[in-house]
Design a protein around this ligand. Structure first.
Ligand SMILES: NC(=O)c1ccc[n+]([C@@H]2O[C@H](COP(=O)([O-])OP(=O)(O)OC[C@H]3O[C@@H](n4cnc5c(N)ncnc54)[C@H](O)[C@@H]3O)[C@@H](O)[C@H]2O)c1
Length: 371
């Protein structure tokens, strides 16, 4: 198959759909790969590296969209990219269609086969192509939180790990899923005192077994959250209720009683946030202060570490990319239910129930389009 990798054009996006290593995997299996000039240059992946892996470098995106059988990207296609998609061309990328009527309409009109990373499922029930970005964001939450505890960034002037003779800071993490666990690992590593809260008692049991008395686990309730938040120097919000907006677990009243110069990092901001006082911010202007508490609520945290995020994403996407290239979309989707769950739009139909319901399209079962 001819696989195409256009340079990402969304504002501030430096990630790239395929790394040179992923290109090599495809080429070794007899596929051809077109990569747009400078597609990975911003994160140190030069055209020479792609050529070394066997890719052909082309000047403009239009040629890639015109020639390729499968387009591999990171972010959802922008309007001019949607306009270049062709009937039966595979689009393999993050889509996030439910809140995006314009993009959905454009993809339906294109007739392309649109597979969304974020709805591909895994054997363990999770969303394995979303997990790497949660790993990145969870780890970054402690890095960003620690930086903003510094005086110059508006914080109270606290070193999370303390020093001999001075107690470490207290990190409270709400939600013990992928974000929470990765934040926990970093916070423990940095030497902070850590409390983690979740409603899932089995998850807390697992963490207790791994981390023992280096952490405190708490069953999440309004009372335990208040206790942990009021004592914390840094609070990380990493809750998720699938398919719903994040619950507002930390109220304005709690924020107003926190220590002056404490920091909250609301990773769940992409689902509306779990602090009552949260609103989305950007990497250009990541924080604001409410009642003396610094709020860091960047909605696309992995974008700041685009190089790491690109490699982490490729680790999760390459297996299905190879299957799609080897077998074609119909056979690949028939052979793998998890990959089939990624099909959101196909040949003019919406094939993902939540998107159809959200945007008022008739839902068409993917199986009916697989031949
Ligand atoms: N801001 C960003 O850049 C960014 C990046 C990646 C992920 N995220 C977001 O972070 C959030 C968490 O993602 P994840 O991958 O860790 O999800 P996950 O499903 O792995 O974990 C969520 C956890 O929240 C827990 N939870 C649910 N309700 C709770 C409650 N009332 N109290 C305590 N815990 C509760 C669940 O039991 C689960 O363990 C999601 O909204 C995700 O979209 C944001």
């Amino acid at each position: 198959m001819l696989v195409g990798v256009p340079k990402e054009i969304k504002n501030q996006e430096s990630r790239v759909g395929l790394t040179p290593a992923s290109v090599k995997e495809l080429v070794l299996r007899g596929h051809q790969v077109l990569v747009q000039k400078d597609a990975g240059a911003a994160i140190g992946l030069s055209d020479a590296m792609y050529e070394g892996a066997g890719a052909e470098i082309v000047d403009d995106a239009a040629e890639i969209f015109a020639r390729a059988g499968m387009i591999v990207k990171v972010k959802e296609p922008q309007p001019n990219e949607c306009a270049m998609l062709r009937q039966d061309q595979i689009l393999y990328t993050y889509l996030h269609l439910a809140p995006d009527a314009d993009q959905t309409k454009a993809l339906v009109e294109s007739g392309a086969v649109c597979i969304a990373y974020e709805t591909i499922t895994g054997d363990n029930g999770g969303l394995p192509l979303l997990a790497p970005m949660s790993e990145v964001a969870g780890r970054m939450a402690i890095q960003a939180g620690a930086a903003h505890l510094e005086k110059s960034k508006g914080g109270m002037g606290l070193l999370l790990g303390g020093v001999p003779g001075v107690a470490p800071g207290h990190v409270a993490i709400i939600g013990a899923g992928v974000v929470g666990t990765n934040a926990l690992q970093m916070a423990v590593g940095i030497g902070a005192r850590v409390t983690i809260l979740d409603k899932n008692i089995d998850r807390l049991r697992q963490l207790d077994l791994v981390f023992g008395n280096r952490i405190s686990t708490m069953f999440s309730s309004a009372h335990s959250i208040e206790q942990a938040v009021l004592d914390a120097d840094l609070v990380v919000g990493g809750v998720l209720v699938p398919g719903a907006a994040a619950p507002k677990l930390v109220t304005r009243a709690m924020i107003s009683r926190m220590k002056a110069g404490a920091v909250v990092v609301d990773v769940a901001i992409d689902q509306g946030g779990c602090f009552e006082t949260s609103h989305a911010t950007t990497h250009q202007d990541p924080t604001y202060v409410v009642d003396g508490v610094v709020h860091y609520c960047v909605a696309n945290m992995p974008g700041a570490v685009a190089r790491t995020s690109t490699f982490a994403l490729n680790n999760a996407t390459i297996t299905h990319a190879l299957a799609l290239a080897d077998k074609g979309w119909q056979k690949a989707l028939k052979a793998n239910t998890h990959l089939k769950n990624g099909l959101n739009v196909c040949r003019g139909h919406v094939t993902y129930a939540a998107v159809a319901n959200a945007l008022g399209y008739p839902y068409v079962d993917a199986d009916s389009l697989l031949g």
